[in-house]
Design a binder for this molecule. Structure first.
Ligand code: CP
Ligand code: NVA
Length: 333
């Protein structure tokens, strides 16, 4: 059994397959415990600080509810209200916050800043989205895939749209590690970062999955078990919105593109969506759309992340006892 106590979660690259599976299995156990109405407060008296330098609906609310349901307390720290905005260094901020908090979640622009925060913090730092990665989102996405399809290994996930963003990068790393085939369709100039692609290809070799990059959405989606898209203009890229809409228009996920996937293919989106741009209402509100389950799953998965990073292995034993089983619910890898 892996013990994740004290670890940071900055990118899925820091976690191996076993550790990722442990997070997903813990999410399943916590969801089952909650469904049974069993009181379980493993983070009683613990505090999570949440720094936001970008807007958020899901990440903010799901983390705040997650820590509350686990018995702890969450503090929303607007980036503009912290002394950080007046020039206090990231390192000093990390040292000070570590004296009060049991974990720090941060959503910001620069991934390097989050690495610096983690390097100077003595409590776990969780990336709630940077320009490069969105690991909590991808964990919720693989949890959703597992819950809907009953397995992960051998599934084919197609991502269509802006391949060069945080969500695509995290999906690439997670899929490659978890044995999910990943197909990315993006126009020239919007391909994933070369470094992330190379890492994903390396991981895919080990897990026996495959990574395909193409400019053709139909090629990517053909035979897929799930089709995923994200906004064309991520936070911080607003100046490029018009050009992005023009270049990415052929990458809209609509009924005709979904028809190339398996008939029971899920439609996934991290949300928020710009309906009518990257996805049509018909697909978003259609019978195969899992977008709101995906949003709910942020809560279950983040509870697992918080519990494992703050409490570690001892928690796994406690959950097994509560569920009346030596083992946690299994997630088929
Ligand atoms: N998917 C996601 O991270 O949503 P928010 O931006 O609302 O947090
Ligand atoms: N790629 C999007 C994800 C939002 C959750 C962004 O960064 O704005």
């Amino acid at each position: 059994m892996e013990d994740l106590k004290g670890r940071h979660l900055l990118s899925l690259q820091q976690y191996n397959k076993k550790e990722l599976m442990q997070i997903l299995e813990t999410a399943a156990a916590l969801q089952a415990i909650m469904a049974r109405g069993v009181p379980f407060k493993p983070l009683q008296g613990k505090t999570l600080g949440m720094i936001f330098n970008k807007n958020s609906t899901r990440t903010r609310v799901s983390f705040e509810v997650a820590i509350y349901q686990l018995g702890g307390h969450g503090l929303h720290l607007g980036g503009q209200e912290l002394q950080l905005a007046r020039g206090e260094s990231i390192a000093d901020t990390a040292r000070v916050l570590s004296r009060y908090l049991d974990a720090i979640m941060i959503r910001t622009y620069s991934h390097a800043e989050v690495e610096e925060l983690a390097a100077n913090a003595t409590v776990p730092v969780i990336n709630g989205l940077t320009d490069r990665f969105h690991p909590c989102q991808a964990l919720a996405d693989f949890y959703t895939l597992y819950k809907k399809k009953g397995r992960l290994a051998g599934l084919k996930l197609a991502f269509v749209g802006d391949g060069n963003n945080n969500v695509t990068h995290s999906l690439l790393l997670g899929a490659a590690k978890l044995g999910v085939d990943i197909h990315v369709a993006a126009p020239a100039g919007y391909a994933p970062e070369a470094e992330v692609l190379a890492l994903a290809r390396q991981e895919a070799k080990l897990s026996g999955s495959s990574v395909l990059l193409t400019t053709d959405p139909v090629e990517a989606v053909a035979g897929a078990d799930a089709v995923y898209t994200d906004v064309w203009t991520s936070m911080g890229k607003e100046d490029e919105a018009q050009e992005r809409c023009r270049i990415l228009a052929p990458y809209q996920v609509n009924s005709s593109l979904m028809a190339a996937a398996k008939p029971d293919a899920l439609f996934l989106h991290c949300l928020p969506a710009n309906r009518g741009e990257e996805v049509t209402d018909e697909v978003m509100d259609g019978p195969n759309s899992a977008v709101f389950d995906q949003a709910e799953n942020r809560l279950h998965v983040q509870k697992a992340v918080l519990a494992l990073l703050v409490r570690g292995g001892e928690l796994v034993e406690e959950m097994a006892n509560l569920l009346g089983d030596r083992k946690q619910p299994r997630v088929a890898g």
